[in-house]
Design a protein around this ligand. Structure first.
Ligand code: FMN
Length: 158
């Protein structure tokens, strides 16, 4: 069982979140690959049971690089059905469109037929940070990684 944490990050903030999420996944005992989106091929998406994507907030949406990966993933449309998905973002400010960015990633994952979990207690859609993640945001990222890994184990067996 493997989870991919893919991220775009120009100035390193989203990358720090991705690293914390990957630590959480590994803490839960699940193998995790951490990759820049530009290094991910659409074919390798098939190798993972869980796919978590992070992007800086760009005009309230994911980056063009991540969107390009999703557009290219039409090659495997239907084959990602049932995989576990997740999303996270770093924005420049509170209320800067972080949640809509996460939702823009969810839209692509849902259209692929993937399974997405919300959260009743923590950040409801997925981890958000303003700029670089502070201690609390890093903790949220780690918890998120653990949660997605636990869900993946539940659905796919340990
Ligand atoms: C092209 C561009 C668009 C951006 N749009 C927004 C935005 O809509 N809202 C916001 O809060 N921050 C916006 N920002 C700021 C980034 O989301 C923020 O600096 C983020 O922490 C960068 O993450 P990174 O270090 O992973 O690249 C934008 C930055 C760039 C370069």
């Amino acid at each position: 069982m493997k989870i991919l944490v893919g991220f775009c990050s120009l100035s390193g903030n989203t990358k720090k979140m991705a690293e914390a999420i990957a630590r959480g996944v590994k803490d839960e005992g699940v193998t995790c690959d951490l990759k820049e989106v530009s290094q991910i091929t659409v074919d390798e998406l098939l190798n993972y049971e869980g796919l978590i994507f992070g992007s800086p907030t760009y005009y309230g949406l994911m980056t063009a690089d991540l969107k390009r990966l999703f557009d290219d993933s039409v090659k495997h449309h239907g084959k990602l059905t049932g995989k576990i998905g997740g999303a996270f973002t770093s924005s420049g400010m509170m209320g800067g469109g972080g949640e809509t960015t996460i939702l823009s990633i969810f839209e692509a994952l849902l259209i692929h037929g993937m399974i997405i979990a919300g959260d009743a207690k923590m950040q409801h859609y997925g981890p958000l940070a303003v700029g670089a993640p502070d201690n609390e945001a890093e903790k949220n990222c780690m918890k998120y990684g653990k949660k997605i890994a636990a869900l993946t184990k539940k659905i796919y067996g340990t």
